[in-house]
Structure formats: structure tokens, C-alpha cells
Write a protein that binds this ligand. Structure first.
Ligand code: NAD
Length: 432
């Protein structure tokens, strides 16, 4: 497995290798036997499929899809499906491993899964995307199901796509199976609060971090990379918490206003124009410029490998809230930590999404729907508890937040192995 590869002219670090190294280090610190790392370092199952789609012009194109299931020791595997041209096996496996750790940290009975299709959905019509989504489920149906592996939205996938996927699964099984997928539209069993869950969770962790650092959020300045589901909702709730969101970027460009962007107007503009670029009389800016801005909070909410050894030195934020999965390389992390930046690690920061997906799955199993307030109250309880246990681990072991999150996640997976009789004579270092 190459540690580095060049993509779009940029050197990127293989996320599978990064997560393996972090898990190995946690296993060593926790004094776990070698076999535990051998189990956790790779997925239990990975399946690659071909999905032929007839394009609107009559041509047939064969797309590649894949699904990684990391471990089901805590429960059925769970995780999003990404539609992106850069989807690859190592990325999907890494993302499934992060899902296992997230579920363990937040304390929900799921294992880690992740799926993807190598495709640029921007070049497809709605009918073609529907056919692709249904084909993905047809091919993967044998390894999926509400007690087995449960998909959800991720980059470039939406509640509508979850609706098509659910419909295809129901047809294949010949009955209604609402708990097969989460992040689906409300009318077919989705949960109140799911669309907003990840961004809301991100803001809850920022609020917890500010408390620990004795910082007042009101009046702080934030910048956000990525203005899709997670980035835009994070912006909305940061704004509500009194934070000035001064700049955002997306794949096409950026928008900046020193006095704070009008977030509601920006969301409406982005919905119409599919980008934040050109918003009102704001200034356009690149990712490089965004990372250099004078601000208190930086939220990477796009893709992996964005904060690197090359740009981490320019970052001025006091808090980096990793809303995206794997946005910071090990070198980027090292530089930020040396500068004293407080990193809220991805496997804690963005775990609000899987948490409300869990609530959706529970509601589907009960054939009952909670009101939004009830979902939010439960989300807040899970996020603040998860933040507290990671922080307690950091204090107990005198490590940084990322290492603490891995110690907690890996430790809880090891606790499950012990409960299943796979390992003996081992104790979790802190009571949690
Ligand atoms: P999305 O497709 O809704 O949005 C992605 C955003 O990133 C878009 O605004 C896109 O333009 C932007 N982007 C892509 N490449 C970029 C680049 N090079 N520079 C700047 N911006 C770029 O996806 P999302 O669901 O918001 O997911 C974003 C991140 O959050 C991903 O890492 C995803 O895995 C993670 N995440 C999502 C959820 C969820 O519930 N959706 C949960 C946990 C983690």
C-alpha cells in the first residue's frame, strides 16, 4: 500500500495507512495483544461490484461500486455511500474503520461500514443517478440489511438517493424494510433532525471545546471549507451561537465577508447556483487563502487530506473542528499540535450523523417517530458525553485529543472483544 500518491497534481497521504498507524499506536498504548491489531487493521469484508447504467444518449457505461465492512463486533456495520470520481478501495476501507471508531466513541451498537461509486454525479441526469443508485443496491443486497449493514448519505448523496435505494431494497426483499437505510426522507421513515445532525453535532463539540478552553464563542470568527450538507449546517448553527462565519469555500470557489456572511442567504444562493462562488458582493477565495485567514475556528468540511505539512503552519485558528473525515494528515496534525491548536478529531467531531442515524434505525424498529426536540435532546446527550470521555482520556493519559479519541475507540472495541471471549486478561485504562 503506497503511503503517498499524487492526485490532481497534489501529493496525498493514503488515509488507510493513516488510520492503521493510529490504531496500531492505540493498541500499543493500551497494551493489547498483537492479534487485536491484526483484527482491526483491515476490513472483515470488502465487496466490489460493476453497475451498468444506460445513459440518456443510449450508451451503456459500467460503473464500479464498492462497500467495506470493517468490524461488526459492536453491531451491524453502518456508514455512508459516497459518489465521487476519486473513490477508491483504500479510501472506502479507511472510512469504514473511522465509522467503527465513531460508533464506539459515541456509544452506539454499530460497526463500521462505508461504500462508494467511482463517478462524477454532476455529469449525470437525475434518471441516470437513480439507475446507478438502484444498481448499487441490487449488486450489494446479499451483504446488506438492517441487522447486517446499513447505508446512509455521504459526499454527493442525498435523502432522495436514500429513498431510491430503500425502494430497490424493499422490491428485492418483497416487503418494507425501513431500517435498511438511514438519512431517508421523513415520509418513508426518516428521522427528524437527521439532515442537520452532523453539522449540529459539530457545533456541539465546538461549544464543549470552548468551555474547556475557557473561550467565549460569541464574537469569534470562523471559516469553513466545504459548504454541502455538513459545512452549511455547521455554518448555520455557528451563526446562531453568535460566531461570525467570515469565509467559506467549496469545490468551485469561495465567499468571504470580514463582517460575517449572511448564512441563510448564502444557503439559498448555494441551493440555486450549486456553489457559493459569486455570492452577493462577497469576495471570492481559494482553499489556500481560506486556510491563511485570521480566525478563531477552522472547520474543514469537505474531503480528506486538506490540512497538510504545507499549509498547517499558516493556520491561525485556535480550534480546528474536523467535520470532514480525515481532513488532516499526520504531518498537518503534528504542526497544529505543536502550535497549541486544539483539534476536535473527526471521529468525535462528526459523529452526530451516525448518532441520529442510530436514532432513525431505533425509531424504524419501534415503528414510532420521535419529535425533533426529543431527537436533539438525545443527540446533545450523546455528543457532550462523548466529548467528556475523550477529554477525560486525554487528561488521564496526558495525550492530545486525537490520540485520546483513538484510545477510547480502540479500547471500547477491545472491551467488546473481551466480552465476546476473544481476548482475556485485559482492562480498559479508565472507567468509561
Ligand atoms: P456534500 O457532498 O454535501 O458536500 C461536500 C462539500 O465539499 C461541497 O460543498 C463540495 O463543493 C465541497 N468540496 C469538495 N471538494 C472540495 C475542495 N477541493 N475544496 C473545497 N470544497 C470542496 O458532503 P457532506 O455530506 O457535507 O460531507 C462532507 C464531509 O463530511 C465528508 O468528509 C464526509 O465524509 C463527512 N461526513 C458527512 C456526514 C453526513 O452526515 N453527511 C457525516 C459524517 C461525516
Amino acid at each position: 500500500m503506497p503511503a503517498k500518491e499524487v492526485r490532481d497534481g497534489k501529493e496525498i497521504t493514503n488515509p488507510y495507512l493513516i488510520v492503521q498507524q493510529l490504531i496500531e499506536r492505540a493498541c500499543q498504548t493500551l497494551e493489547l495483544q498483537e492479534g487485536v491489531f491484526d483484527i482491526l487493521k483491515k476490513p472483515k469484508r470488502i465487496m466490489k461490484v460493476s453497475i451498468p447504467v444506460r445513459r440518456d444518449n443510449g450508451d451503456v457505461v459500467n460503473y464500479t461500486g464498492m462497500r467495506a465492512q470493517h468490524t461488526d463486533i459492536l453491531g451491524p456495520t453502518k456508514g455512508g455511500v459516497r459518489f465521487h470520481p476519486n473513490v477508491n478501495e483504500d479510501e472506502v476501507i479507511a472510512l469504514s474503520m473511522w465509522m467503527s471508531l465513531k460508533a464506539a466513541i459515541v456509544g452506539i451498537p454499530f460497526g463500521g461500514g462505508k461504500g462508494g461509486i467511482i463517478v462524477n454525479p454532476e455529469e449525470m441526469s437525475e434518471r441516470e443517478i437513480e439507475e446507478l443508485s438502484r444498481g448499487f443496491i441490487r449488486e450489494l443486497e446479499p451483504i446488506m440489511g438492517p441487522e447486517r449493514d446499513i447505508p446512509a448519505p455521504d459526499v454527493n448523496t442525498s435523502p432522495q438517493i436514500m429513498g431510491w435505494m430503500l425502494d430497490e431494497f424493499d422490491r428485492l426483499r418483497g416487503r418494507n424494510v425501513p431500517g435498511f437505510i438511514t438519512g431517508k426522507p421523513l415520509i418513508i421513515g426518516g428521522s427528524e433532525g437527521r439532515i442537520e445532525a452532523t453539522g449540529r453535532g459539530v457545533v456541539m463539540t465546538i461549544q464543549e471545546a470552548a468551555k474547556r478552553l475557557d473561550l467565549e464563542l460569541t464574537g469569534m470568527k470562523a471559516v469553513i471549507q466545504g459548504f454541502g450538507n455538513v459545512g452549511s449546517i455547521t455554518a448555520k448553527y455557528l451563526h446562531e451561537a453568535g460566531v461570525k462565519v467570515i469565509a467559506v469555500t467549496d469545490a468551485k470557489g469561495g465567499a468571504m465577508d470580514e463582517n460575517g456572511l449572511d448564512i441563510q442567504a448564502l444557503i439559498s444562493y448555494m441551493t440555486e447556483h450549486k456553489s457559493v462562488k459569486g455570492f452577493s458582493d462577497s469576495k471570492d477565495l481559494s482553499n489556500e487563502e481560506l486556510f491563511r485567514l485570521d480566525c478563531d475556528i477552522l472547520v474543514p468540511a469537505a474531503l480528506e487530506n486538506q490540512i497538510t505539512g504545507e499549509n498547517a503552519g499558516d493556520i491561525k485558528a485556535k480550534i480546528v473542528a474536523e467535520a470532514a473525515n480525515g481532513p488532516t494528515t499526520p504531518e498537518g496534525t503534528r504542526i497544529l499540535e505543536e502550535k497549541g491548536v486544539f483539534i476536535i478529531p473527526d471521529i468525535l467531531c462528526n459523529s452526530g450523523g451516525v448518532t441520529v442515524s442510530y436514532f432513525e434505525w431505533v425509531q424504524n424498529a419501534m415503528h414510532y417517530a420521535w419529535k425533533e426536540d426529543e431527537v436533539l435532546e438525545k443527540l446533545e446527550d450523546k455528543m457532550t458525553t462523548a466529548f467528556k470521555v475523550v477529554y477525560d482520556m486525554k487528561e488521564a493519559k496526558q495525550v492530545r485529543m486525537r490520540e485520546a479519541a483513538y484510545l477510547l475507540g480502540v479500547g471500547r472495541l477491545a472491551q467488546a472483544m473481551k466480552a465476546r471471549g476473544w481476548i482475556k486478561n485485559w482492562e480498559m485504562p479508565i472507567d468509561c
